[in-house]
Design a protein around this ligand. Sequence first.
Ligand SMILES: Cc1cc2nc3c(=O)[nH]c(=O)nc-3n(C[C@H](O)[C@H](O)[C@H](O)COP(=O)(O)OP(=O)(O)OC[C@H]3O[C@@H](n4cnc5c(N)ncnc54)[C@H](O)[C@@H]3O)c2cc1C
Ligand code: SF4
Ligand code: SF4
Length: 369
Amino acid sequence: MEAAKHENIKLVTNTEVIGVDGEAGHFTVTLRRNPWYVDIERCNGCGACVDVCPIVVPHEWDMNLKPRKAIYAMFAQAAPLKYVIDRERCVECGLCMQACGLDAIDLSQEPYEERLEVGAIVVATGGQVFDPSAIPRYGYGRQENVVTNMEFERICNAAGPTEGELVRPDGKHIRSVAFVQCVGSRDVNHNPWCSFFCCMAAVKGGRLVMEHAPGAEVLVFYNDLRACGKGFEELYRRSVEEGMRFIRSIPTVYENRTRNDPIIVYEDPETGRIERKEVDLVVLACGLQPSPAGRSLRGLLGLPRDGYGFIREAHPVDGLCETPREGVFIAGVCQGPKDIPDCVTHGSAAAAKVGIILSGKGTESCSDA
Ligand SMILES: Cc1cc2nc3c(=O)[nH]c(=O)nc-3n(C[C@H](O)[C@H](O)[C@H](O)COP(=O)(O)OP(=O)(O)OC[C@H]3O[C@@H](n4cnc5c(N)ncnc54)[C@H](O)[C@@H]3O)c2cc1C
Ligand code: SF4
Ligand code: SF4
C-alpha cells in the first residue's frame, strides 16, 4: 500500500509482460493490460455492486474457504482497492450496473497492449506451494480437516474465513493441532530441496494456537528441525519449554470417520513403538517450488534455470541478484526458497544494483556476465 502511494512508483496491476526487447539501460517492455470490466478511475470502492451480484463462487484468496461474488475486490488491502469482474463466472445480468451510482461498470472492455521504456528489470515472481494431494499418506483432499499451511494462514487471519477464530473446516473449535513438516520438500520423489521457511512458520503457527486457545495441544512432526536464523533457535527452545511437542517422525494420517478427526500414526523415535494420536486439525508444511508464471517470464527474458527450475543467479556468492542478462535482476523466491527477511534483503540488493544502472554509472560493476 505504501508502494502504491509513492510518487516514484507506478503500479501496473492486472497486467502480463508479453515481450521484452533492448538492453541494459534501454529496455522496451510490452504489456497486455487485462480488462477489469470496471472503470477504475470512476470506481470508488463502495461495494454496492457486490451486494446485488447473484453469483457466489469460492474465493481463491481465502483458499476457497470463503465465498466471493462475480464482481469483487481481491482483498481488503489490495492496491488499488477497486472492483473487478470475473467474466468466466459473470452471467451479464446487469444488476451491478443498476446498483453502481458512478456508472463505473463496463462489460465491453477489451485487453490492450502498452509499451514501457525502462532502464532495468527485476523479476520477483515468487514461487508456488507444493500440492500435497500428490502424497496420499497425508490424506489431503480426502479429509476435510487436513489443511495446507496456506489454508491454516487464512484460518488464523483476522480478515479470513473464520475472522481469526480457530475453527477447522467442518466448524469445530480447534483444541489440538499436528503440524507435519517437509511435505514435498527434502523428498527425492518430489522436491529434493529444503523450503527454508516452513520449520519456523510451524513454530510460529503452533505458538499462535497456544496463545489463542490456552491449553491447546500442539505437536510438530519433523524430519530435521531447521531453526537457522537470528533468534530462531531461542524461539524453538522457548516453545518446547511452553509445551509444544516436537516428534522426529514422518507420520501417516488416517481419519476417525465418526468424528471427522484426523488420526496421526507414527513411530515414536524414543521407544520405537507405533503410536496413534487423534487431533482436531492437521497442518501440512507444503514447501516452495518454481511457479509456471516464473517459468514463462524466465523464457521470455532468456534467463537460465538452475537444476531445480528456479532462475539461476549469475554467481552463488557475489552475484545472487544478478542474471547472465545484463540489466535483468532477480529477487526473492523466484531464485530459490527463502523467508521474508531474506527476500527483503535480496530485493534491496537488486534495487541498489538497478540504482547503479539508472544513475548512469555503468553496468560493469553490476554483473559478472
Ligand atoms: C504458508 C506459508 C507461510 C509462510 N510463513 C512465513 C513466515 O511466517 N515468515 C517468513 O519469513 N516467511 C514465510 N513464508 C515465506 C514467504 O511467504 C516468502 O518468503 C515470501 O512471500 C516470498 O516473497 P517473494 O516476493 O519472492 O514472492 P511472493 O510473495 O510470492 O510474491 C510474488 C508476487 O509476484 C506476482 N507474480 C507472479 N508471477 C507474475 C507475473 N508473471 N507477472 C506479474 N506478477 C507476477 C504474484 O502474484 C505475487 O504477488 C511463508 C510461505 C508460505 C507459503
Ligand atoms: S453483471 Fe455479472 S458481475 Fe454484475 S451483478 Fe450480474 S453476474 Fe454479477
Ligand atoms: S524448513 Fe523444515 S519443514 Fe521446511 S523443508 Fe526445511 S526442514 Fe523441512
